[in-house]
Design a binder for this molecule. Sequence first.
Ligand SMILES: Cc1cc2nc3c(=O)[nH]c(=O)nc-3n(C[C@H](O)[C@H](O)[C@H](O)COP(=O)(O)O)c2cc1C
Length: 440
Amino acid sequence: MADGLRSFIETLDAGGRLLRVTREVDPKFELSAVVQAIQRERNLPVLFERVRGTRFRVVSNVLGNYAIIADLMGVPQAEVARRWAALTAGTGSVPTAPGGDAAPALEEVRLFEIPSLTYAEKDAGPYLTASVIVARDPDTGTANLSYHRMQMVSDGELRCRLSPSGDLFRIQQKLEKRGEPLACAVLLGLPPALAMAAGATIGPETSEYDLAARITGQGIALREVGPTKLPAPRSTEFVIEGELLPGVRRPEGPFGEWMDYYTPVMDNHVFAIRRVLARKDAIFHAIVAGSTEEIAITAVPIAGSIFTAVRTWVSSVIDVVSYPALQFCVIRMKKQFEGQPRRAILAAFGAEMNRTLFCVAVDEDVNIHDWRDVLWAMGTRCRPDTNTFTIPGVPSFARDPHKVHWGRLGIDATRPLEHAADFERKRTPGIETVKLEDYL
Ligand SMILES: Cc1cc2nc3c(=O)[nH]c(=O)nc-3n(C[C@H](O)[C@H](O)[C@H](O)COP(=O)(O)O)c2cc1C
């Protein structure tokens, strides 16, 4: 299991799963456009070796491919949700890895020396997008890690939005009430297991470091950063030390967000930069908002928590997926009695209130990691007039002024047990073992 981002990239490269762009690209739009084209056509991680205006390389779509995430977690794709559920059920902290070699040296740089990427036409300017803020809860001392996109305003200032449902917001509020700044650090270029853990909301008692350690089976080697000695992985590529200012909000945005719309300018939090540190030859991680990479990082924890909730009521659940669109959830289950899929769907809606709007339950013979197969099940096993149900008037996430994302739709696309024999999928013997290179 690769610990740092660099060794992960090397492993991907050795396995033929890293694309390289050697020609120079423009940080304004071009890099973002190329990443999106790659995601559409091949969906592999990509390393940009030359980006205009910076000496640092840029990597993107590191975690945009579900199969790569499954490998990272050491399971097949069909077991990712079950495995995540087991990892988050674990308690207690995992000791950090022993020091070993000295931590890599960090040199001080200016903010605008690091890649300053503009992603969409109407974005306010360059943004950090794979930026994970580490901060300590003042009451419990637990280190919290969460992603926050940050507008690069000047060498001394970043601006960001803290969702009111996140742990970082709660921590920041505690200090703001006392009129105190929140010391924190922005980490860029993290070990992949921690990059996954930082996308999960796991509550105030557990640190994302412990979750990451459970994913890898070993603790992550840490160093201390900033005056308050915040924990950061030794292998982190860039560290921006600073603090979130109390009672200060400044205009941030617009920014092309995860649903592919622009968030308007809003008065958001201000991060005052103390210093910016970079490893020698540091590799900058860029995540295109709303792309397969952001969706995958978010979808896996969602699938894990839905799996846990569904299993409480429907023990025959096999798998859950919320990728490649967070608003949709598909449950694969072995139906034991009519109506049971509705129980599963209700449990799923209860487990994830912010994003899941549409939930489909399918039988065990459907590949829920292939949307064509899910559509096939809906098209051939679901009576739209009787096997769907809506739950009206339920809000989802907070920032939805026009109530566009209210309500839920459940779709039972499981075959009727009474006529199950009529729904046997046709199969051509030998299809699983055909190797096209033997024929083409
Ligand atoms: C690429 C990416 C960017 C994100 N940007 C933001 C953001 O700007 N603001 C925010 O509140 N949440 C953002 N999120 C979601 C949070 O990181 C996520 O909800 C996290 O679980 C919150 O953790 P916390 O509850 O520990 O604070 C982003 C997630 C990803 C994967």
